[in-house]
Design a binder for this molecule. Structure first.
Ligand SMILES: Cc1cc2nc3c(=O)[nH]c(=O)nc-3n(C[C@H](O)[C@H](O)[C@H](O)COP(=O)(O)OP(=O)(O)OC[C@H]3O[C@@H](n4cnc5c(N)ncnc54)[C@H](O)[C@@H]3O)c2cc1C
Length: 466
């Protein structure tokens, strides 16, 4: 007689238990499926034991209650576009994939709110509310694929941060499943509430380490009637940075104000035939103003005057939404185009007080001189002081080590000038070594105590932040 003995794996055991809780159609256990959930935008790889796709808060609650009892790590995951390893299951366990909880529960034009499940894609929400002439301003470059749940967990920002703020500024209320499976509700669907501690704000930016969001209520604004876009060309970085300061100094608050340095310009030169960038251009400012048609016209012409007074070589303005898209396509193309410089990059998202932007750019240039084999390109949301510094390097351990050393120096200098090591991307596991550069021991201790309160067994996204 032919007998086969099958060894029961951890995956088999978890699959059995979780299928019982939420149905086997919502549990993925095959190796090929688990590999798809082993990485995120940080390009690390850690295999989960099992992946679950909850359909409701009750599913999430059941899964967490089970994981809490068994002390199994749980990793919430949206679209996996995070750049600091937030969603990678560094200790195996269960990945909670939220992409199926992707319903817009309610859009309320009268209340200026929308309530969504966490797996809704950011751009889907933006487009749906726009049908009601409403506006959800947080606009990370990943909006076409990242989820609102991921945005809330990372407190994502984007190009509209200067005028409209970041995700934190739009979150009114949350339904959260705690580590032990309890379901709580924070905040109200009101535009104001100061009743008790602000637990909602505590959860925003908590990177999946304190609780799991199953429903999110966001604040909306009326959709601006018109957007006008200007692209200003400068011979020097100083002129571009000075122009940006002068615009704000003159009481103007553009919807977006993006700085692009020489190396980044070189990467996208020729990308769009319509945009010719002369050789003497060493910096660009891409500026959006929005509002009512008449005010937009007046603001745009004031901005044009200011940048001319600050030595802009030329200024291009978009005459149609097609031209506007072309200008922004160039900006969006920078990040992938950087791979034309070198095959590997580390993308940092430092943020400094606006008055220190030029200083940090100078410091980065000086640091770069000590690492001549590496390439550096900087661009980003200059209005917020949030600059994406990209350190590019060729293949090889030695080059990687050099790039990491250079990054550490940049982050130290950022903190020295009063800045923060992460303006947008969060800490995850990629940047946890740098947390203490910015956060003093006592404050760090308080953060750890809060984590302990919400997650005493350490099952929620272990290995992240701290
Ligand atoms: C090309 C590109 C451009 C980008 N541009 C920007 C940008 O402009 N601004 C910016 O801020 N970021 C940007 N990012 C980073 C990334 O898109 C954001 O951090 C985004 O918010 C992650 O969303 P996600 O759905 O992919 O989340 P994931 O990467 O899946 O997860 C991110 C974190 O959220 C947690 N999480 C996910 N869902 C939940 C939930 N329901 N409850 C609790 N925790 C949860 C995870 O555990 C993890 O810690 C960019 C990334 C890429 C690849």
């Amino acid at each position: 007689m032919n007998t086969t003995t099958t060894k029961k794996t951890k995956t088999d055991g978890l699959t059995h238990e979780l299928s019982r809780l939420i149905g086997k159609e919502n549990v993925l256990h095959l190796l090929e499926d688990r590999i798809c959930y082993s990485y995120d935008g940080s390009k690390q790889k850690y295999l989960p034991d099992v992946v679950v796709r909850p359909q409701s808060a009750q599913h999430v609650s059941g899964i967490l209650r089970f994981a809490y009892e068994q002390e199994i790590p749980v990793y919430p995951r949206g679209a996996g576009s995070g750049l600091t390893g937030g969603a990678v299951p560094v200790k195996g366990g269960i990945v909670l994939d939220f992409t199926q909880m992707n319903h817009i529960v309610e859009i309320s034009p009268e209340d200026l709110t929308a309530t969504v499940e966490p797996g809704v894609i950011t751009q889907t929400l933006q487009n749906e509310v726009a049908k009601h002439k409403l506006f959800y301003p947080p606009d990370p470059a990943s909006a076409p694929f990242s989820t609102i749940g991921g945005n809330v967990a990372e407190c994502s920002g984007g190009i509209t941060g200067l005028k409209y703020g970041v995700t934190r500024d739009y979150i009114l209320a949350l339904e959260v499943v705690l580590a032990n499976g309890s379901i709580i509700h924070t905040g109200r669907k009101t535009l104001k509430s100061v009743t008790g501690y602000d637990l909602t704000r505590l959860f925003v930016g908590s990177e999946g380490t304190m609780g799991v969001f199953t429903q999110i209520t966001v604040k909306l604004l009326p959709l601006p009637e018109k957007i006008e876009t200007l692209l200003a060309f400068f011979a020097t970085t100083q002129d571009a940075v000075q122009s940006a300061s002068q615009i704000i100094f003159n009481n103007l608050l553009p919807r977006a104000m993006e700085f692009i340095d020489k190396s980044s310009i070189n990467c996208v030169k020729g990308y769009k035939q319509e945009i010719q960038i002369p050789a003497e251009v060493n910096a660009l400012l891409l500026i959006d103003v929005d509002g009512r048609e008449s005010s937009v016209k007046a603001e745009a012409s004031l901005i044009e005057k200011i940048v001319r007074e600050n030595n802009a070589l030329t200024i291009a303005s978009a005459k149609s939404s097609k031209e506007r898209n072309t200008l922004w396509e160039v900006r969006r193309a920078i990040s992938p185009a950087l791979y034309n410089i070198a095959p590997y990059k580390i993308n940092e998202d430092i943020c400094v007080p606006r008055s220190r932007i030029l200083e940090i750019l100078d410091r980065i240039a000086s640091i770069h001189k000590q690492y001549p084999s590496l390439k550096v390109a900087s661009f980003g949301h200059i209005g917020d002081g949030n600059i994406h510094v990209n350190v590019m390097y060729d293949n090889g351990e030695q080059q990687r080590a050099l790039a990491e050393r250079m990054i550490e120096e940049i982050l130290r200098n950022t903190v020295e000038v009063g800045g923060t090591v992460s303006g947008e991307h969060g800490i995850g596991n990629v940047k946890s070594a740098f947390l203490s550069l910015e956060i003093p021991p006592m404050e760090l201790g308080i953060m750890k105590d809060i984590k302990q309160l919400f997650d005493p067994k350490g099952i929620l996204n272990p290995g992240k932040i701290f």
